[in-house]
Design a protein around this ligand. Structure first.
Ligand code: DUC
Ligand code: ZN
Ligand code: ZN
Length: 463
């Protein structure tokens, strides 16, 4: 099957060019002006952009949390991702306490295989650092699961103490992988949260006020310094606060290999969204939404490469039946927000249209940098000859209103209900196959393949 995409403007992270793209089978075969070649299908992209399929390096399909599970499966979640222009996800496999990494990883392969509609990889969440699990880390790197997320938050669940984190970092320094850190001071946060509940402050809003941005800054500095001594690059996930951003900036100014992502919720939503009684449960995630001044600084950080990636931390729970588990005690609200479908359009609208990001920088933070930093360079994240034909014909002028009534995520609300965005994925190809054509779904569960990724620790150590 050969598909010719004609007349579009190719927007890559490093250049913008007017050229046609010929897809042959699963790959991009040719790029050039006015290509005069035979094709089975021609797509008219005039007036549109042709961008590399976006990559969301932070999703949680079916994550067990707080006695329930994130609602999207690999099928519903990757289908929604595709409608939003995302053609690759990297999801977090979970090692529960007492399990081996292998058991956690096998469970995630079972969830995804035959279900995912687009290509996917895994990171590994480590909840138990032991001699055995440290040795298993090396095997996982060989199998293309090259990154390990540890937490300074959620005592009793995902939390690791500094010694455990340091040991995992040392192991990763040796095996060439990457350490991902959820950086909030969970021990202190739990004290404040309990004090709030004891004082009768049980609404979701107090989830936000219990988790001070200072405690994110403190934990961010701590894990950067642990990584410095261990001699390993570190990537801070879902950075939400100026305090943490300043620690990343400081480390990068010192020449340390410290990297970070933020998420749309920290750019577009604020602590105020968590007010309004129990409605605020729709916005409970960790780190929490922050007062408005944080978002402005995050946009600056994105523009200046203090932050390298925007991912979603997609972790959807229905308001009815799931978020409601926390009625009367915000600590029991499952943490997480839906977003895998909205990231590309939100970032285009609030980033490119509103003037914070150039179109090239937008492609960099949603696709090219994720590919480079997570071992997919050359295959994904670029419209280039030989790369996988994961392509989006993007209409930068189309407007639509985000709503739970029309989104494809399997969740009963939207954090962005009623918000108008500019920009829309018109046609989406996954390895050469058109899977989205306007409102029509042409993909299939099971078409997505597991991506064995290359370790990037060495690359990212070169600052
Ligand atoms: N934060 C969330 O909001 N949900 C899942 C895990 C996490 O770290
Ligand atoms: Zn996290
Ligand atoms: Zn997460």
């Amino acid at each position: 099957m050969r598909t010719l995409i004609k007349g579009g403007t190719i927007v890559n992270a490093d250049a913008t060019t007017s050229a046609d793209v010929l897809v042959d089978g699963e790959r991009i075969a040719l790029i050039g002006s006015d290509l005069d070649v035979e094709a089975d299908r021609t797509i008219d992209a005039s007036g549109k952009w042709v961008i590399p399929g976006a990559i969301d390096v932070h999703t949680h399909m079916e994550l067990p949390f707080g006695g329930t599970f994130a609602k999207d499966t690999f099928e519903t979640g990757t289908r929604a991702a595709a409608f939003g222009g995302t053609t690759t996800i990297i999801d977090f496999a979970v090692q529960a306490k007492g399990q081996s990494l292998r058991e956690g990883l096998d469970a995630w392969h079972a969830k995804a295989e035959g279900k995912a509609c687009v290509d996917y990889g895994f990171h590994m969440i480590m909840s138990d650092v032991t001699d055995d699990t440290l040795a298993e880390m090396d095997t996982l790197v060989d199998e293309g699961v090259t990154d390990f997320k540890l937490f300074t938050a959620y005592p009793g669940v995902f939390y690791s103490d500094d010694g455990a984190i340091f040991r995992a970092m040392q192991q990763t320094a040796r095996n060439g992988g990457l350490i991902l850190m959820h950086a909030e001071n969970g021990m202190a946060i739990d004290v404040v949260a309990a004090q709030n509940v004891d004082a009768g402050n049980t609404d979701p809003y107090y989830h936000g006020t219990s988790r001070s941005p200072v405690m994110e800054g403190e934990a961010t500095n701590r894990v950067i310094r642990l990584a410095q001594v261990a001699g390993v690059p570190v990537y801070i996930v879902h950075l939400s606060a100026i305090d943490a951003l300043n620690e990343v900036r400081r480390a990068r100014d010192e020449g340390l290999p410290a990297y970070a992502e933020t998420c749309p919720q920290y750019l577009f939503l604020t602590l105020e969204d968590m007010g309004n009684g129990f409605e605020g449960a729709k916005f409970v995630c960790s780190p929490p939404l922050r007062p408005a001044e944080h978002a402005g600084e995050l946009w600056k950080g994105l523009a200046k490469d203090d932050l390298q990636v925007v991912s979603t931390d997609h972790c959807p729970f229905d308001f009815h039946g799931q978020k409601e588990l926390g009625k009367g005690d915000f600590r029991k609200v499952p943490n997480g927000l839906p977003g895998v479908e909205d990231r590309v359009n939100l970032l285009h609208s609030g980033g490119v249209v509103d003037g914070y990001l150039t179109p090239n920088r937008w492609v960099e933070v949603i696709s090219a940098a994720p590919a480079r930093m997570f071992g997919l360079e050359g295959r994904k994240g670029v419209v280039g000859i030989g790369a996988d034909a994961d392509l989006v014909v993007y209409d930068p002028t189309a407007k639509h209103t985000i709503s739970a009534k029309s989104h494809h995520m399997d969740v009963d609300y939207s954090c962005y209900e009623g918000r108008e965005v500019t920009g829309r994925a018109d046609i989406v190809l996954s390895r050469g196959k058109v899977i989205v054509d306007g409102d029509e779904w042409l993909g299939a569960a099971g078409d997505g393949r597991f991506l064995k990724r290359a370790p990037t620790g060495d690359l990212l150590s070169r600052t």
